[in-house]
Design a protein around this ligand. Structure first.
Ligand code: FMN
Length: 168
């Protein structure tokens, strides 16, 4: 079975997962924008890897528009939330309102990199920190989580996805 991973990554966490997955499961890996102009006919499974941005999976709509009938479609998404957080389940449901049966979705804990973020995202994060500080306080788990750069990526989080690929 041939599998292609198309990744969209701004600060590198999603790209790292895509490359790890390529090694662990023997998939071809390329940036999403290159994949859009690549012949996908030879692949049985397409994995779209991206990240949460204010609750929206970046470039997911462009992925949904690709002609992938008859292929397994998987989405893996990174974010700041820890694994199993209820907020992540809700965000995933919101991104797949009427078409969730077409996609198998996996969430992977990413990180935050203030050093690699664009200026617009830095401003958004500053506004978000202000809201969380007011609502939950400086000692809240969420405020602490988003106040500094960190890296929560780990290969072990990919195992459920690797198991799923092996089951296809
Ligand atoms: C402006 C902004 C908004 C974000 N919104 C969310 C969010 O709604 N939920 C979440 O879990 N993570 C959110 N994140 C965290 C990113 O999804 C996380 O840093 C991700 O791993 C980045 O992936 P990348 O390094 O591949 O670009 C946000 C990050 C930024 C900069």
């Amino acid at each position: 079975m041939k599998t292609l991973v198309l990744y969209n990554s701004k600060t590198g966490f999603t790209k790292r997962y895509a490359e790890w997955l390529g090694d662990m499961a023997g998939c071809t890996v390329m940036p999403f924008d290159k994949g859009r102009t690549t012949d996908l006919a030879t692949y049985d499974t397409i994995i779209f890897a991206s990240w949460f941005h204010a609750g929206t999976i970046q470039k997911l709509n462009a992925f949904k528009k690709m002609k992938l009938d008859g292929r397994n479609r998987i989405v893996m998404v990174t974010g700041t939330a820890p694994p199993g957080a209820a907020e992540t389940d809700t965000a995933i449901q919101n991104n797949f309102k009427n078409d969730d049966e077409k996609y198998k979705v996996f969430y992977l804990p990413g990180g935050l990199s203030y050093e690699k973020m664009g200026i617009g995202d830095k401003i958004m994060m500053a506004a978000f920190r202000k809201i969380i500080k007011k609502a939950n306080g400086e000692d809240s788990e969420m405020y602490k989580r988003i106040s500094h750069s960190y890296d929560n990526t780990s290969k072990e989080y990919l195992q459920p996805l690797v198991n799923y690929l092996n089951s296809l």
